[in-house]
Design a protein around this ligand. Structure first.
Ligand SMILES: [Zn+2]
Length: 132
C-alpha cells in the first residue's frame, strides 16, 4: 500500500488527469486561448482568466525542483513502510506538480525525470516520476 501522498484527488475537475493516468498519459490543463500550460488543479488560466480551460497531453519530461523524504507510520505488527520521496517537479511544459519519485537514490535539484504510471489492482492509477 503506497503512502497516501500525492495530492490530487478525483473531484470532477480533475477527472481528465485520472482518466489520462489510467491510460498512461500525463494530462495537464492547457489554455488554448493563450497556449499556456497549467497545473492539473488550476482553477483558471492566470494568463487570460478563462475558467474553463481544456486539457492536453504533456510530454512527461520534467526536472526535480525540490523534495522531501516521508517516513510512514509503523503498522500494528511493527512493519515499517519504506520511505517515500515526495517531490515538486517542473514539467517541460512549465507547470509544477507535486508527485512521488521512484527509483531515485540520490535526488538533486535539476535531476531529469520522466513520468511513469502505476496501475494498482484497486483504486486509481497514479503518477510517479523516475530518472529520465
Ligand atoms: Zn489563457
Amino acid at each position: 500500500m503506497p503512502l497516501e501522498i500525492g495530492v490530487l484527488r478525483r473531484d470532477g475537475r480533475t477527472d481528465p488527469f485520472f482518466d489520462g493516468a489510467a491510460a498512461g498519459r500525463l494530462a495537464v490543463r492547457h489554455c488554448a486561448a493563450c497556449d499556456r500550460w497549467l497545473a492539473p488543479d488550476a482553477a483558471c488560466c492566470p494568463g487570460c482568466g478563462i475558467e474553463e480551460t481544456g486539457w492536453a497531453d504533456a510530454s512527461g519530461a520534467g526536472t526535480l525542483v525540490t523534495w522531501t523524504t516521508v517516513h510512514g507510520r509503523p503498522a500494528a505488527d511493527g512493519t515499517v513502510p519504506p520511505p517515500a520521496l515526495l517531490a515538486l517537479v517542473e514539467l517541460a511544459e512549465g507547470p509544477w506538480l507535486y508527485t512521488r519519485l521512484t527509483g531515485v537514490d540520490a535526488p538533486r535539484e535539476g535531476l531529469p525525470l520522466t513520468a511513469v504510471f502505476e496501475h494498482p489492482g484497486e483504486g486509481e492509477a497514479y503518477l510517479l516520476f523516475r530518472p529520465a
